[in-house]
Design a protein around this ligand. Structure first.
Ligand code: IVH
Length: 682
C-alpha cells in the first residue's frame, strides 16, 4: 500500500468513526431525549467531520450527518408510486363502535382474545420512508394514497429521522410509515416569528407541518424543528411476528417510537387507554386527535386485508371536541375582500387543545342571534377535529339577567372601515359593504387574493407586504404591480411604532421576477385572481372553459351565464354586474396591455386519453363523479353515459349498478377502478 493510500484509508476510517459516533449521539438527543455529551461537544465533532469531508469530498455520502440540510431548491416534487398503497383508518367515536370493530375482526380470524396494540393518533401528516441497506433512500407524502410527493430533502432535515440505521439487524429493504408533526413549542415559536415578520400565522400545527414539507427550500424546513413518530413497518423480510415487537425493534434501529404504546387485552384495556389519553392529551408536547388500535399479530393483518380505504386490522377512535370557558371581551366586525362583514368574538385567552385561543368567528348575524350573545357573557368554546375554535354556548350573568341589565350584542349597520351603509346578501345570511372600489380592507383583500398561490402566485408579495405597498401609494391597481421596478420597491416601510418592514435588493428582485412570471398564469386563474364575488377556483375554471376568452364573458347576458352548467343565478348576476362597472373594465384593459392571459390555451388539453371513451359509474373515494369526468376531458378522453361496443373503459366505483357490470362483461369492456384510472393519467 502506498503512503497516499494508507493516508486515505486512515481518513476514511476517521470519517466513518466520527459519523457513527454522531449518529449515536443524534439518536440519544433527538430520539431518546437523553444526551450523553454537551451541545458544544456535539457541534465540535460535527465541525470536524465537516472539515474532513471538505478536504476529502470523495468520502461525502448523502446520508452523512453533515448532509441533513441540502442547499438545493426543489422546484417540483417528483411523484413517487407507493410500493404499498398508503391507506387511511376507519373511524370510531364511542365504545359501542369499538366493540363492534373488535368483535368483527376477532370473528373473522376465529379467536376471541386477540391482543391489541393501542397507540396515540398523532395529528400531523403521514409520511412513508424507504430504507435500503440501512440508508434512507427516499421519503414520500401520502398524496392520493397511490402516488405521493418525493420530499426526501425536506425529511432529511428532521433530526429524529435516522439517515443511517443503528446496529445491523434491519432487513435489506423496508418501508416505515409515521407522522410528521409540529410540536407545540416549535409551532408557537415559529408562528411568533411569522407575526414579527408581518406574515400571516398558521392556523394549526397540522397545516403548518404539511405546508413545511411542501417548501422548496430544505433550509427553510430545517428552521422549523419538525419531528416524526413512526408507527407502521412494512416489508417482506421482517424479523418480528408482532406489531409491538416490530416497533420496539425499530426503536433499536434509531427510529422515534412513542413510549406510550401499550398492549391491550380486551375492550376494558382499550377503553382505559382511551379514557386516560382523553384527559392527558393536553399535557403532551404535540397534538393528538384520537388513539389507534391495531391487532398485534401480523399474520392476522394478512388474513383480514383491507377495504379500498382502510385496513380491517386497525381502527382509529376519535376524541370528542375539547371544551373550555372564557369571558367575552368584545365583538369585532371584519370586512373581507368581497365586502362581507364577519363578526368575530374576542375573549380572554384560554388553553385549549394544546394552544392558546382568544378569538372565534361568529359567522353572521343569524348565527350570532341564535347564540343570543350578550356583553360580558361566559363562552363555552370547543375545538373539534378541525382545530378551528367554535363558540357552542354563551351563558349570561345571572344577576344582570335578573335585574334586566343584559345588553344584547347587535350587528352593525354601517361599514366599520368606510362608513358605507351595509347591504343584505342575496341569500339573506350576511351583510356586506357595497363600497367595492373604495373600502380599504376590500381593496387590500383583493390584492392579497390576486397575488395568492392559486391565483397569480406572486407569493413574495404575500402576507402584510401588500398593505404597505398600497399605503405608500406604490401600488394602486392590479396593473400597477406590473410596472413596479426593483428600485421602487427597495425601502423601509413602517408597520407600527415598533415594527418596520424592510425590502432589500434580493426581496425586490424576487418580487419583480414573480410578477413577471405571473404573466404566464392561465386564463382561468387570472379570472379567479380578479376576485369576482362568488367566483372561486372551480367557478373560474368553468367560465373560462365555456367562454374561452374575456371578451365573450364580458358580452354574456345573465341568461347565457345561467345556462352554463354549475353556474347559479347569484353567480351569474355577480359576473354580469362586474362587467358593467367602468373601473373593472379599465382594469382589465390595463392588465391585457401588461401581457396577462385573457383567453384559454387550447393546447392545454393533454392527449393521454385521446380517442378513448369512458363510462363512469358508482361513487368514488378520491374524486367526485364530476371531477373524474373532468379529469377524463382534461386528458383528451370523452365521457359517454351508456355502454356500447365503442366504449373503451368502464370506471367502476362503489355501489355501481349490477346491470352495468353485466353489460360491460357481455360487451367485453374492461372494468377499471379509480386507482387504475389515476395510473392511466399519470
Ligand atoms: S396507522 C394502514 N397509526 O391517521 C394504517 N396512523 O386517519 C396506517 N395516524 O393516515 C395508519 N397516528 O396519517 C396509524 N399511530 C398511528 C397514527 C396514524 C396518526 C394518521 C395517519 C393516517 C391517519 C388515518
Amino acid at each position: 500500500m502506498t503512503d497516499l493510500q494508507s493516508n486515505l484509508s486512515l481518513v476514511a476510517n476517521e470519517i466513518e468513526s466520527l459519523r457513527k459516533r454522531l449518529e449515536r449521539l443524534n439518536y440519544e438527543y433527538y430520539v431518546l431525549d437523553n444526551p450523553s455529551v454537551t451541545d458544544r461537544e456535539f457541534d465540535e465533532m460535527l465541525r470536524q467531520l465537516n472539515i474532513l469531508e471538505q478536504q476529502y469530498p470523495q468520502f461525502i455520502t448523502s446520508s452523512s450527518p453533515t448532509q441533513r440540510v441540502g442547499g438545493q431548491i426543489n422546484k417540483d416534487f417528483k411523484q413517487i408510486n407507493h410500493r404499498y398503497p398508503m391507506l387511511s383508518l376507519s373511524n370510531t367515536y364511542n365504545k359501542e363502535e369499538i366493540i363492534e370493530f373488535v368483535n368483527r375482526a376477532e370473528e373473522n380470524i376465529g379467536i376471541t382474545d386477540a391482543e391489541w396494540v393501542c397507540e396515540l393518533k398523532y395529528d400531523g401528516l403521514a409520511i412513508s420512508l424507504l430504507y435500503e441497506n440501512g440508508e434512507l433512500i427516499r421519503a414520500a407524502t401520502r398524496g392520493n394514497g397511490v402516488t405521493g410527493d418525493d420530499v426526501t430533502d425536506n425529511i432529511k432535515t428532521i433530526k429524529s429521522i435516522p439517515l443511517h440505521l443503528l446496529g445491523n439487524t434491519y432487513p435489506d429493504s423496508f418501508e416505515i410509515r409515521g407522522e410528521v408533526i409540529f410540536p407545540h413549542k416549535a409551532f408557537e415559536e415559529f408562528n411568533a416569528k411569522r407575526i414579527e415578520n408581518g406574515e400571516e400565522p398558521f392556523a394549526n400545527p397540522r397545516n403548518a407541518a404539511s405546508g413545511s414539507l411542501k417548501l422548496q427550500d430544505p433550509r427553510e424546513v430545517a428552521k422549523r424543528n419538525l419531528d416524526c413518530y413512526l408507527y407502521y413497518l412494512i416489508g417482506d423480510n421482517m424479523n418480528e411476528p408482532t406489531h409491538f415487537k416490530r416497533l420496539q425493534e425499530a426503536k433499536q434501529w434509531g427510529f422515534k417510537i412513542e413510549q406510550h404504546v401499550r398492549i391491550a387485552n380486551g375492550i376494558d384495556d382499550i377503553m382505559e387507554f382511551i379514557t386516560y389519553w382523553d384527559k392527558q392529551r393536553d399535557f403532551l408536547p404535540y397534538a393528538i386527535d384520537g388513539i389507534v388500535i391495531k391487532l398485534n399479530e401480523i399474520k392476522y393483518w394478512n388474513q383480514l386485508g383491507a377495504t379500498a380505504k382502510s385496513p380491517r386490522w386497525a381502527t382509529a377512535y376519535k376524541f370528542k371536541a375539547e371544551q373550555a370557558q372564557s369571558r367575552l371581551t368584545n365583538v369585532e366586525f371584519q370586512v373581507g375582500r368581497t365586502g362581507i362583514v364577519t363578526p368575530v368574538a374576542n375573549f380572554e385567552p384560554v388553553w385549549l387543545g394544546g394552544t392558546w385561543v382568544k378569538r372565534a368567528t361568529l359567522n353572521n348575524e343569524q348565527w350570532m342571534d341564535n347564540l343570543n350573545l350578550c356583553e360580558e357573557d361566559t363562552l363555552i368554546i370547543e375545538k373539534g377535529g378541525e382545530i378551528i375554535p367554535k363558540i357552542v354556548e354563551c351563558r349570561h350573568d345571572v344577576h344582570k339577567e335578573q335585574n334586566g341589565e343584559l345588553r344584547k350584542i347587535r350587528f352593525i349597520e354601517t361599514c366599520p372601515q368606510c362608513g358605507e351603509r351595509l347591504v343584505k346578501e342575496e341569500d339573506q345570511s350576511g351583510w356586506y359593504c357595497p363600497n367595492y372600489n373604495h373600502c380599504s380592507p376590500q381593496i387590500l383583500g383583493r390584492f392579497q387574493h390576486f397575488v395568492s398561490k392559486k391565483a397569480m402566485n406572486i407569493e413574495s408579495l404575500g402576507g402584510e407586504k401588500m398593505k404597505y405597498l398600497l399605503n405608500s401609494g406604490k401600488v394602486s391597481d392590479f396593473a400597477s404591480l406590473y410596472e413596479l421596478s426593483e428600485e421602487q420597491l427597495i425601502g423601509v416601510y413602517t408597520i407600527d411604532e415598533e415594527h418596520k418592514l424592510s425590502i432589500q435588493d434580493k426581496g425586490a428582485y424576487n418580487i419583480v421576477s414573480a410578477v413577471e412570471k405571473s404573466k404566464n398564469v392561465p386564463f382561468e386563474r387570472v379570472l379567479y385572481a380578479l376576485g369576482l364575488r362568488y367566483i372561486g377556483e372551480v367557478g373560474a375554471k368553468t367560465l373560462a372553459k365555456h367562454f374561452e376568452n374575456i371578451d365573450n364573458l364580458k358580452k354574456a347576458t345573465i341568461e347565457e351565464l345561467e345556462n352554463v352548467e354549475d353556474i347559479g343565478a347569484t353567480t351569474a348576476e355577480s359576473v354580469y354586474q362586474y362587467f358593467r362597472n367602468e373601473e373593472n373594465l379599465l382594469e382589465i384593459e390595463k392588465l391585457k396591455s401588461a401581457g396577462l392571459r385573457f383567453e384559454t390555451d387550447k393546447h392545454n388539453v393533454k392527449s393521454t386519453l385521446n380517442g378513448k371513451t369512458f363510462v363512469v359509474s358508482g361513487t368514488f373515494t378520491k374524486f367526485t363523479r364530476d371531477e373524474i369526468k373532468k379529469a377524463i376531458e382534461e386528458n383528451g378522453g370523452k365521457n359517454v353515459s351508456s355502454l356500447s361496443q365503442k366504449t373503451s373503459f368502464l370506471i367502476a366505483g362503489e355501489k355501481m349498478g349490477p346491470e352495468k357490470k353485466k353489460k360491460a362483461v357481455a360487451l367485453n369492456i374492461p372494468i377499471i377502478t379509480e386507482d387504475d384510472f389515476i395510473g392511466m393519467i399519470q
